[in-house]
Design a protein around this ligand. Structure first.
Ligand SMILES: NC(=O)c1ccc[n+]([C@@H]2O[C@H](COP(=O)([O-])OP(=O)(O)OC[C@H]3O[C@@H](n4cnc5c(N)ncnc54)[C@H](OP(=O)(O)O)[C@@H]3O)[C@@H](O)[C@H]2O)c1
Length: 303
């Protein structure tokens, strides 16, 4: 597949101060790009990176420039209630709409935008194999992701190629869910959540970052892509593999009723239900995964 020879020299990243954004920015700097990060807090510039608190402060970007949209209130920082659910939505949907409107005001709009979404878009689907052409089942996660994706598509400048990335559980040693799971797993207290039969579609952070760079630099890529490894696993097997990499037992179950009691709707939406997602489009278009299998990903991150 044809790759754009001129990698964007300037990239605007929302959510650039987070887990995925931090890894992405390191990779962008290695490619020689300059990065502007939209953040809610004032931050000091570092080599190659400037921070703005408002899109109006971005200025006239040098060409070619691209956008990666990752910002969003974390879903895993406490029990969900109506106020927090509104925040999940506003921090994604409103910010994305604002971003797209701003892009329309740029004299030279960005050549490409990669905008985050999540595999929760597919809803609770049991053992069904899900590709980018599968439909979504209604529910809070689906409705949130659908509104987020719609904001990323509506009113885009016609010069801007747009990719939406439905991201799975991102595995990294320094962020996301893995460090949280490690606490219990290292004590030998890991095990299935509920039945453990639910599918978890995961991806190594390096593969996710490479996929974002690939989408930015490949002119023929547009539309929806699943940001997951080619080998999703059942949660029970995830716990077992994590235990074996840590040389710890992993049989202590977390009963669904206790998970629901402790974590409420988050448990239902994220831990006890999942999606069996395949990155069909990325594979068909030639993207190469460095970590297609869970064991090698965990060995790399924890070895
Ligand atoms: N990590 C995963 O496993 C995973 C899986 C699927 C989808 N995703 C999605 O991918 C995106 C990035 O994930 P991540 O793990 O890197 O997230 P993260 O570490 O929590 O970072 C989120 C970023 O969003 C910004 N943010 C947080 N709350 C906000 C709010 N209320 N309003 C505006 N901005 C806010 C923060 O930037 P400032 O504090 O600088 O403003 C932060 O840098 C998220 O949208 C997430 O939903 C992640």
């Amino acid at each position: 597949m044809a790759r754009d020879k001129s990698f964007p020299q300037q990239v605007l990243v929302t959510g650039g101060t987070g887990f995925i954004g931090g890894h992405l920015i390191s990779a962008l700097l290695l490619r020689g790009a300059r990065v502007t990060v939209l953040s809610r807090l004032p931050r000091e510039a570092s080599p190659g990176v400037t921070y703005v608190q408002s899109l109006q402060d971005v200025g006239a970007p040098a060409q070619p420039f691209a956008v990666v949209n990752l910002a969003g209130e974390p879903l895993n920082s406490g029990r969900w209630n109506e106020r927090r659910k509104r925040l999940f939505r506003d921090s994604r949907v409103d910010l994305t709409s604002e971003l797209v409107s701003w892009m329309g005001t740029c004299e030279q709009p960005p050549s490409a935008m990669v905008s985050a979404s999540a595999v929760g878009w597919y809803g609770h689907r049991g053992d069904e194999v899900l590709t980018e052409t599968s439909s979504g089942a209604p529910g809070f996660s689906h409705d949130l992701c659908a509104a987020w994706e719609s904001a990323a598509r509506s009113g885009l400048p016609e010069q801007t190629r747009s990719c939406v990335l439905r991201i799975g559980v991102v595995l990294g040693a320094d962020g996301g869910s893995l460090p949280v799971m490690l606490g219990t797993a290292r004590l030998g207290l890991g095990g299935p959540f509920g039945s453990g039969q639910q599918w978890w579609s995961w991806i190594h952070i390096n593969d996710l970052v490479e996929m974002i760079l690939w989408l930015l630099e490949t002119p023929s890529c547009s539309g929806v892509f699943n940001g997951t490894a080619p080998e999703p696993v059942r949660q029970r097997d995830f716990a077992k593999t994590l235990g074996s990499v840590l040389h710890r037992p992993a049989f202590l179950p977390l009963p669904g009723a206790i998970a629901r009691l402790m974590l409420g709707e988050f448990a239902e939406e994220v831990l006890l239900n999942g999606q069996r997602v395949e990155p069909e489009r990325a594979r068909a278009l030639g993207f190469q995964f460095a970590f297609p299998a869970l064991k090698s990903a965990l060995d790399d991150l924890l070895g």
